[in-house]
Design a protein around this ligand. Sequence first.
Ligand code: GUN
Length: 283
Amino acid sequence: MTIIDGKKVSTAVKENVKKEVEQLKAKGVTPGLAVILVGDDPASRVYVNNKKKACEFVGFKSEEFALPADTTQDELLKLVDELNNRKDINGILCQLPLPKGLDENAVIEAISPMKDVDAFHKQNVGRIMIGDYDFLPCTPAGIMEMLHDYDINVDGKNCVVIGRSNIVGKPMAMLLLHENATVTICHSHTKNLKEIASGADVLVAAVGKAKFVTEDMVKENAVVIDVGMNRDENGKLCGDVDFENVKDKCSFITPVPGGVGPMTIATLMKNTLKAAKLQNGID
Ligand code: GUN
């Protein structure tokens, strides 16, 4: 059993971005990422801080817009509009979820597709669907990069994704499909989840429930990817997979923390670099 080291892979990705940033800076371009955080969700605050730290590491300019929870839709859209028009900002990220009362879809659609480094805009989602894209969504693309780094080939494999969110589950299934996997998406209405999951060569858990994936749901020698970021009964960070009981059954497994999370951020850095290059006509 191998524990996949997402921290190590993500550092290598960020080192590559950093080198490219140095070359861009020599041409007078410093990539800029705007990060919008509305309200005071503690988990979102941690994610945003980590994104800012990564920007510093690779040499981007990052600008944070921390807005109060009672920000109106109009105020938020006005900010997005300003950022769309700023030359020094190449990527715009609005941390989700937004507080109740704000329309996430409207905010996502307001972000210029060229600056949509999360790849959430429907134009980018459509382009991913047909395989002609500039940006890939950060978490699924980070997972694919981790699989490649460990020489895990999904071609012809049974891959099961638990979760169907627009951020992870759906695009994850699409990226696996692009690499010729046979993909099944399971969700809260799936009737025979255990049966399906336990047939998976590659199992991706993106449920948002602590230790949801138990030993009996995992096939011997499966590759298990844990997207979860939860707190257990003692307040300790844990994933969607019951790691201690599942790990010995796997050929590969990602830990939480130190698995998927760092890869999400590394991909965001790649996307922002690409956005800066595209917007400046550099290839
Ligand atoms: N909330 C959870 N994951 C993400 C992400 O990848 N991007 C943004 N913007 N919000 C998130």
